[in-house]
Design a protein around this ligand. Structure first.
Ligand SMILES: NC(=O)c1ccc[n+]([C@@H]2O[C@H](COP(=O)([O-])OP(=O)(O)OC[C@H]3O[C@@H](n4cnc5c(N)ncnc54)[C@H](O)[C@@H]3O)[C@@H](O)[C@H]2O)c1
Length: 492
């Protein structure tokens, strides 16, 4: 685990609605064991559905192997949920008296050094901790829906929160792939919800005054500013709106608009039955008969697309996706290697819809991707990680021979079995079989010759002894393994 990250051994969750079940999904997928308390009869079903959505989303987000999933248990009391937990995350309804009582109850049963976090969208932690024993353990950990995909978590201390609690909460959130943002001043609504509330209020006015429908308001965001926000936020956006002269010019140009009646933010529209009816009816029409589950699936697919795009750009939340991927790959290479019948198995994948072509099965280049990912896994296993590549060199693939033997269909689990065919100080000769997990069918084989390259000269150079020793280790384990029949084969 990277410094500044701490993977909790277990978590106790209080409340499993939209947010609590999202936490369950994020944590179990990160390998954390979760105990859950929620009096609602449908809590477990909701949570399983949420975990399934999270699996689907993460399979599309990255080909990096996820760790073995943590366990999930629904328990019958607050005390059972929090017992022995390193992280307690409360996600009960947003009502101060209820949260206050629940956090007090949890605090009496929780370990003295547990982090007790509340998902509150905007209630003040000092007030929420009023009846707790050990209130120095309470911190706000305000996530965003869907918790399993969006990295942001606002972390806010109350007046009695220990500074160490804020640090430790951040380390835990980072370890499960999140981006903590410390809200330095304890303020109602924190940062994000104050901004969202401003937009929400103005939107309600526009509907109430019949200026726009809910659909027109959403279009005003999603065809324009919303696309920019994902990468640039508000201030970077306006910096660019000022042209080459930047922020100062922008302020000069648009500052006077602050005097114009462009918003009604200081008033609140009356949320009476009539306005509620109007919004609900317009929202139903906007959904065009799509169910909530269908809309969730569309939202998740679009979020994954945005995150993948931002990852490629290495900007905004894309940096967070890159960091998560690096962590997942490091974790995978730290796990003990698995040998099956002498073959080294380091890479697994699931065929996702994006891999399917017009023939209805896995498209050609995805076969190479699966096999190349397996090569990367072998390289990480012998010590070629990001630091090594930055400072000491890398293996470059010089030659590949690929055979496509069977179809891959959406949902097929695959694993790659690898055999070392040969090596010397400069060369590494690998043979992979991509096999279907369900029945072991080999859907592709790949034979690859790799050369070790010095980063300063970009020329082929011997790998250092520690790497060669690790490769020797594989050769020793595979001594006596029959050479694959198709090894060395050319196009027939
Ligand atoms: N929905 C969002 O977009 C969002 C985003 C960020 C934060 N939050 C915050 O997360 C919290 C939960 O919101 P939600 O949207 O998941 O609400 P929700 O209504 O979907 O879920 C609340 C859950 O708490 C359970 N519950 C009720 N009393 C309980 C108790 N005494 N102990 C344990 N569980 C209990 C309910 O059965 C329900 O399953 C709120 O504080 C909310 O402000 C919500």
């Amino acid at each position: 685990m990277t410094p500044g990250e701490h993977q909790p051994s277990s978590a106790g969750l209080l409340g499993a609605g939209v947010i609590g079940s999202g936490w369950a999904a994020r944590l179990t997928l990160a390998g954390v064991d979760v105990r859950l308390y929620d009096p609602a009869p449908e809590a477990l079903e909701t949570t399983h559905a949420q975990i399934e959505r999270a699996r689907r989303a993460w399979r599309r987000l990255t080909t990096a192997p996820l760790p073995p999933e943590g366990t999930l248990a629904l328990v019958g009391s607050v005390e059972e949920a929090v017992e022995g937990a390193e992280l307690i995350q409360e996600s009960a309804p947003e009502r101060e008296p209820l949260k206050r009582a629940l956090l007090a109850q949890a605090s009496r049963a929780a370990p003295p050094d547990a982090i007790i976090a509340t998902s509150t969208s905007g209630l003040l932690p000092t007030r929420l901790s009023a009846d707790m024993t050990g209130p120095e353990r309470l911190v706000v950990g305000h996530p965003f829906n869907p918790v399993y995909l969006l990295p942001l978590v606002e972390v806010c201390a109350g007046s009695r929160t220990a500074p160490d609690t804020v640090e430790r909460a951040q380390a835990i959130y980072r370890a499960v792939g999140m981006r903590p943002l410390v809200v330095r001043t304890e303020i109602d609504g924190f940062i994000a919800d104050r901004l969202l509330e401003a937009l929400w209020r103005e939107a309600l006015w526009l509907v109430a005054d019949d200026v726009a429908t809910v659909e027109e308001i959403d279009d005003a965001i999603r065809f324009g500013a919303g696309l920019r926000w994902a990468a640039m936020g508000t201030f970077l956006t306006y910096r660019l709106a000022g042209g080459r002269a930047g922020m100062r010019h922008f302020m000069a140009q648009f500052g006077p608009a602050l005097e114009l009646p462009w918003t009604r933010l200081t008033d609140v529209p009356e949320l009476d039955e009539q306005l509620i009816e109007k919004i609900v009816a317009q929202s139903d029409a906007q959904a065009q008969g799509r169910s909530i589950d269908e809309l969730i699936e569309i939202r998740d697919d679009c979020l994954v697309a945005v995150l993948v795009g931002l990852k490629a750009a290495g900007f905004g939340a894309g940096e967070e996706v890159q960091r998560s991927e690096r962590r997942l790959l490091d974790l995978a290479s730290a796990r003990a290697p698995v040998y099956r019948d002498g073959w080294l198995v380091l890479h697994e994948a699931v065929v996702v819809p994006e891999w399917i072509d017009y023939n209805g099965h896995m498209t050609e280049f995805r076969y190479l991707q699966v096999l190349a990912d397996a090569t990367d896994a072998v390289l990480r296993h012998v010590g070629i990680d990001a630091d090594y590549i930055a400072q000491r060199g890398s293996y470059f693939t010089a030659e590949t021979h690929l055979r496509h033997l069977a179809e891959g269909h959406v949902g097929d689990g695959l694993y790659v079995a690898s055999q070392l065919l040969g090596h010397d100080p400069k060369r590494l000769h690998l043979f992979h079989e991509a096999r279907r997990t369900a029945d072991g069918t080999v859907i592709a084989t790949g034979e690859h010759l790799l050369l070790h390259v010095d980063p300063s000269t970009h020329r082929v150079a011997p790998a250092p002894d520690d790497v060669l020793r690790a490769i020797d280790g594989i050769a020793d384990r595979q001594r006596g393994l029959a050479r694959p029949e198709s090894a060395g084969r050319r196009i027939g």
